[in-house]
Design a protein around this ligand. Structure first.
Ligand code: ADE
Ligand code: ZN
Length: 334
């Protein structure tokens, strides 16, 4: 079995995927036309050509502009269904999708419109491909905690359909501590909690996410490598990191994939997973992330299997649902 076939055959969970980041330029243009929305680019080609990022903010500016094409419930359904089709082809058995309601409600799209479309795709993905999924509401950290509370209020009637909350958008200058009260409330409501930390921000933001927000996983977290005590803590407590290697290169966190610290994190005993973040913008879906990282860092099949196992263990589904995935994983050779 060649490496690409092996990577696709690994049953895996995707735990760090912004559904708006799976909006391919072709769909962006089709939806913009259908909805009569103007985009800042003239063509699909010009859009792709604009995807040359220098940092997180330079990406976010384009990402929010592209999301303007999403208006109707059907748009969110088609977006998520297209993601699930690709995820299925990549061996994803379970996906926990981030969505950014504030990006849409700010444009007058109702919270329920977003959620209804995404949820319908989740149900369809289970029926068509047997993929299970969960929805994680992300608060935009460049906005205020008060605005986060207003979004939580809008989410309240739908909490049975929302599994957890996260924190994304511009990291620098917006430390996790800014959202301490909001996350405490979300935990009280029984929601799972995660946060982006240590993507561009310092290791101290990872510590804050753990201590002040009580997060169960860290999204990215690669800058933990700069703090030996934090590395030891993350390894001891087996806090999952949802690492996104192609994203990190596109956003200049690492200059080249060969310089990525994923192997170092793995060897320090951390529960590392591989994910795609915003695959339409960063050059590949989850299997491409596994494959290119394996090649760049010379990861063995046993290491890839370990990473896939980590992703299944780090998912927010009960043990009983995971058993068939582990059986499939164990059946693969090293
Ligand atoms: N929103 C979408 N992708 C993101 C990322 N990589 N970091 C922070 N916010 C995001
Ligand atoms: Zn992300």
């Amino acid at each position: 079995m060649d490496l690409e076939t092996y990577v696709r055959a690994l049953p895996k969970a995707e735990l760090h995927l912004h559904i708006e980041g799976s909006l391919e330029p072709e769909m962006m243009f089709a939806l913009a036309q259908r909805n009569g929305v103007a985009l800042p680019w003239d063509s699909v080609e010009a859009t792709r050509a604009a995807y040359a990022f220098t940092d997180l903010q330079s990406f976010l500016d384009l990402y929010y502009a592209g999301a303007a094409a999403l208006i109707q419930e059907q748009d969110f359904f088609e977006l998520a269904l297209a993601y699930f089709a690709r995820a299925h082809a990549d061996g994803v058995v379970h996906a926990e999708l981030f969505f950014d309601p504030q990006t849409h409600t700010a444009r007058g799209v109702a919270f329920a419109t977003v959620l209804d479309g995404l949820e319908r795709a989740c149900i369809e993905a289970q029926a068509q491909w047997g993929i299970s999924s969960r929805l994680i509401l992300c608060f935009l950290r460049h906005l205020s905690e008060e605005e986060g509370f207003a979004t939580l209020e809008q989410a309240m009637p739908h909490l049975a359909r929302i599994h957890g909350v996260g924190l994304d958008s511009s990291e620098m200058g917006h430390p996790p501590s800014k959202f301490e009260r909001l996350f405490a409330r979300c935990r009280e409501l029984g929601l799972h909690v995660v946060a982006h930390a240590g993507e561009e921000g310092p290791p101290a933001y990872i510590v804050e996410a753990l201590d002040r927000l009580g997060v169960e996983r860290i999204d990215h977290g690669v800058r933990a490598a700069e703090d030996p005590a934090l590395l030891e803590r993350l390894a001891r407590d087996q806090v999952p990191l949802t690492v996104c290697p192609l994203s990190n290169v596109k956003l200049c966190v690492f200059e080249r994939l060969e310089q990525h610290n994923l192997r170092q994190l793995l060897e320090a005993g951390l529960k590392v997973t591989i994910n795609s973040d915003d695959p339409a913008y960063f050059g590949g879906y989850i299997a491409q992330n596994y494959l290119e990282t394996a090649r760049a860092l010379d990861l063995s099949r046993a290491e890839l299997k370990r990473i896939a196992r980590n992703s299944l263990e780090a998912s927010f589904v009960p043990e009983s649902l995971r058993m068939p995935w582990f059986a499939r994983l164990d059946a693969l050779p090293d």
